[in-house]
Design a protein around this ligand. Structure first.
Ligand code: HEM
Length: 132
């Protein structure tokens, strides 16, 4: 299995929903308390849909320039929210996401972790280029 397949299988096992999102945002905000207030206002159901959509988007970031542009627009949207997200915070976003995957995917191991990191890398790189 290649990274993309390992990622997709793990993604499905996680069944990302409101519980997953709540744990993810708790972990992320424990490490980055400055975002706590901002995320408390957020509807978790909607956030779960957004996370799923953006994971699929980021997974496809390597395939076409149109997808890469959409990721760039996402970065700009974050900029417009005046969150001033740094590259380090984006790395922490990935680490918190993987710590959550480790809870929800019963088959989580080093290969699964690496597959998520590989799949996310390009999209996160694009977001970093357009951060702050
Ligand atoms: C440090 C990292 C990040 C922080 C602090 C952050 C924070 C936020 C916040 C506060 C919102 C608005 C939520 C709302 O009011 O409903 C949001 C929206 C969103 N975020 Fe992030 N985000 C981060 C990274 C990412 C990454 C890496 C992705 C993609 C994989 C992403 C995807 C999205 C999407 C798709 C939306 C919805 C945008 C829309 O309204 O169209 N975020 N984010």
């Amino acid at each position: 299995m290649n990274s993309g397949e390992i990622f997709l299988n793990s993604y499905q096992r996680c069944r990302i929903g409101t519980e997953f999102i709540t744990d993810f945002l708790d972990l992320f905000c424990d490490a980055n308390p400055r975002f706590l207030d901002r995320f408390q206002e957020v509807d978790k159901k909607q956030q779960a849909r957004m996370l799923k959509a953006s994971l699929v988007l980021i997974q496809n970031a390597s395939t076409t320039s149109a997808v890469r542009n959409t990721v760039r627009n996402l970065a700009v949207k974050h900029k417009d929210m005046e969150l001033e997200i740094s590259a380090k915070e984006l790395d922490m976003w990935v680490d918190s996401l993987l710590a959550t995957v480790a809870i929800y995917d019963p088959f989580y191991d080093e290969d699964v972790e690496q597959a998520w990191r590989n799949v996310l890398a390009l999209g996160i790189e694009i977001m970093k280029e357009n951060a702050c």
